[in-house]
Write a protein that binds this ligand. Structure first.
Ligand SMILES: C[S@@+](CC[C@H](N)C(=O)[O-])C[C@H]1O[C@@H](n2cnc3c(N)ncnc32)[C@H](O)[C@@H]1O
Length: 272
């Protein structure tokens, strides 16, 4: 059952709200005679959010679902209480969210972005390796692609969320930096890249490594931001000095087992 919730967290989130309803009803029932209607509704909505968030935790959903579970009843309650609002703003918000996050429930990779310090470290890494081609799998708004493109380097990104792709493509066109393609990272050709970069989530890492280790050329490098490949020792782990203490996991392609440089037992600071 937990596997189902891990695969499709939205089912766990809905279940949490359904289970929380009777619990909140039982807790708030005795208050109905002594507390005014509006404060009572507010108490019930906050309780509903708290209980649902607690249940999503028990179901081991990723942390951001706690926030969603807590805010959802408050948002629904506010909308119902405010009354006769026009429907179109909700439709518009839904459309924008769908265009940005439509791939998240399937791929379990939300949108968050690589910071400038990490992009700068990646640029140094490419310079040190004299690497000229880099691909960002799931490039988001394309910040890494634009940061790495130029000075003889060709940077490309692939992105499948429609609105995110459009924004990345436009930014790339306006700045003249990088190439952004709309597509599925799983179907993307990685065979010509010197470096492949990904900042995804723990969910796809095992399958992603299978693809990359089979398709990337020997001597190339896979760099994963924050998420290690399960059961595969990285050659190096770089811990950056940015605010979020970003960790970069470096996996050389075509290195035989046991040939690793042996730094991966602990995190190495990024080489100066
Ligand atoms: C965490 S963001 C990272 C964005 C960017 N690489 C960065 O580091 O700033 C992951 C991105 O991968 C995209 N993504 C998830 N699954 C994908 C897939 N199967 N194909 C292409 N893009 C995907 C998401 O839409 C999201 O924009």
């Amino acid at each position: 059952m937990l596997v189902l919730f891990r695969k499709t967290p939205v089912i766990g989130a809905l279940l949490a709200q359904v289970v929380a309803l009777p619990v909140v009803a039982v807790i708030t029932a005795p208050l109905s005679t002594s507390v005014e209607r509006l404060p009572l509704i507010a108490i019930a909505l906050v309780l509903q959010g708290l209980v649902a968030a607690g249940i999503t935790r028990l179901l081991r959903l990723p942390r951001w679902w706690l926030l969603i579970a807590f805010l959802f009843p408050l948002a629904m309650g506010s909308v119902l209480l405010i009354g006769n609002l026009p429907a179109w703003p909700f439709g518009l918000v839904f459309l924008v969210l769908a265009l940005v996050f439509s791939n998240t429930t399937r791929g379990r990779v939300p949108l968050y972005l690589t910071n400038a310090e990490t992009a700068s470290v990646l640029k140094d890494l490419m310079r040190d390796r004299a690497a000229s081609r880099v691909l960002d799998l799931g490039c988001g708004l394309g910040g890494v692609v634009r940061a790495l493109d130029g000075e003889g380097r060709r940077a490309r990104g692939v992105e499948n969320a429609p609105a995110v792709y459009l924004a990345a493509r436009l930014l790339s066109l306006f700045t003249g930096k990088g190439e952004i393609r709309r597509g599925d990272l799983w179907k993307t050709d990685v065979s010509q890249e010197d470096v492949v970069y990904a900042f995804l989530s723990p969910a796809p890492m095992a399958a992603l490594w299978q693809k990359l280790s089979a398709e990337m050329k020997p001597g190339s490098l896979f760099v994963s931001n924050s998420f290690a490949v399960p059961d595969v020792d990285p050659d190096e782990i770089w811990e950056l000095s940015d605010a979020r203490k970003t960790r970069l996991f470096l996996y050389p392609i075509g290195k035989a087992e046991g040939e690793a440089d042996g730094e991966a037992d602990g995190a190495a600071d990024r080489p100066a």
